[in-house]
Design a protein around this ligand. Sequence first.
Ligand code: ME8
Length: 652
Amino acid sequence: MSNYVTTPIFYVNAEPHLGHAYTAIAADAYCRFQRLRGHEVRLQTGTDEHGDKIAAAAAAAGITPQAYADRISALFKEMAGPLGIAFDHFIRTTDPAHRRVVQGALARLHDQGDIVLSDYSGLYCRGCERFLTEKELVDGLCPDHRTPPDPLSEQNYFFKMSRYQDWLIDHIRQHPEFITPERYRNEVLSFLSEPLEDLCISRPVSRLTWGIPLPFDQNFVTYVWFDALLNYLSGLGYDPAAGGPAGDVARFWPRAEHVVAKDILKPHAIYWPTMLRALGLAPYWRLHVHGYWNVNDTKMSKSIGNVVRPLELVADYGADAVRYFLLREMSFGLDAAFSQEALEARYNSDLANDLGNLVSRTLAMAQKFTAGAVPEVGEEDGQLDRELVAAVGRLGQEFDLRLADFQFHRALQAVWEVIGLANRYIVVNAPWELAKDQGRRGRLSLVIYNLLETLRHIALALGPVMPETARLMLTALGLGGVDAQGRLGQWGGVLRPGAPVKLTAPLFPRRERHPEETSPPAGPVAAKQASRQEAQAKGQPVADSPGLIDFDYFKRLDLRVATVLAAEPVKKSDRLLKLTVAAPEPRTVVAGLAGHYSPEEVVGRQVIIVANLKPAKLMGIESQGMVLAAKDGDRLLVSAVAGEVAPGVRVS
Ligand code: ME8
């Protein structure tokens, strides 16, 4: 069965923040998990580009809505790579194919009498882009935007959603997995206990032109939610005029799963299934609803301005640490508080201490006691060994159950229980003591083998959440990709006795605070602004002082060690070499080294690159980064580190 997983398509009225990143990371981790279990998966994300909000943001920026949408949509797309989000399709609602699907669906529902013209007077909230009912107001204000809605009276087209209310209630009752966690299912059922009003799906062009024109009345454009929800089908190549599902719709729709936060529960749990029903399609399979990331007890949101930029965190902590923190810290379904202290604490305790130490101690002991190789084991298991093996077996079951259910925090908790047990196993077995006694060599080999084997399972479990860490761990164990290394929880049979094992660099070096940083850490990245202002007030040097940059600014540079895998001269240039480097993923970097180095001289070297430089075309070749070098008169000397390290290691 093929899984189809989607994130919401994000509004392009402001830049991406950590809330958006979280949804995409959760969806990505789930997809990676399904792929590792051998399932075909399609992950779709994208941007929602029509409507009042975008038109207003573009007007404020003094550019056309399309130019504005192009700019912000690119930021959402570019956020994916550094966060390790491997989407299969990025959809934009301004894509011509999507617009055709929306118009086709509107025409079909209009023809069958599911869309009708009617007069409407009501209270319209511009933030929500919809009419609110009296009951929804709190003290006369929109509960989400805390602004008074405008009284509006106009003709509009309505989707006869109420026709499908009874069917929807039955469907939700009969399919407990349809909306999870359960609290959101109950919320929807409670909302449905009152009669549904029909859904206004048009906006008069006198009020809004930035939308998809209704195919049957040019005086109106489509309501942004009716347009946006259809992305889930248009991204699969849906044809509204076709009799039934075909192609990718037939292949993926039966296992469609949407991941959203609770702010958009109603459109997904009520509008969308009724639209699907009216179009003659089955409802999606599951809707996974998470809570909010809050900062100081307030929802992180672009309109409030308390946002944390995900790429700044990645530059600082690395993608895997950010992914781990977000998925571990939030209980899926509930709200969670973001603070840099919490991130720092988890980094140091869970990643540097628990995981990082386990990996480096185990591999260091394998170097020392079993000649840097997987040992041969002949010794009988004892009680302690059996406990470890049993815990790994349990992890195999528990992890799969939790991840299949979007319970990332529980799945990771289970992994950390095994990490804790393995760390205790080291202390209790004291391999350094066993090593002193020739008669206990067999026992020593067994202990080291058991630890290496436990690391293998930990790496397998971490694959969906921390793909790069898993890869480095498996490489250190002499194994290849995470997908071909046996099944999580099934002990033994993969590590080959005699195979070399080696860790080239610590996984999560402890973060010692830089002397320029305030102590304790200054809270969310966005809040660091405050300390900067304070420093400025005291006349201390900050970014705005000529020639000086502050530490935050420096930290935005992602400097990495890259191993040169291949090099060739760039045609028609006597200055440029085209390098393929591992940092750790392979990428192309064009460097002005020709004339100073031959291609053969640079292959195999480890150089320092600026890894987050915007790609640029040099002589028609896209360069994804810049090699640092020292220019001394006529000489050019390429940068290096003082010893060999794992490719991709950060330089700071
Ligand atoms: O609603 N905590 O787009 P949007 C957690 N275009 N997640 C958050 C968050 C927070 N503080 N803030 C945002 C829209 N999100 C529509 C969707 S879908 C057919 C159309 C995430 O840009 C979360 O996934 O306002 C939430 O549902 C989504 O961003 C809202 O993004």
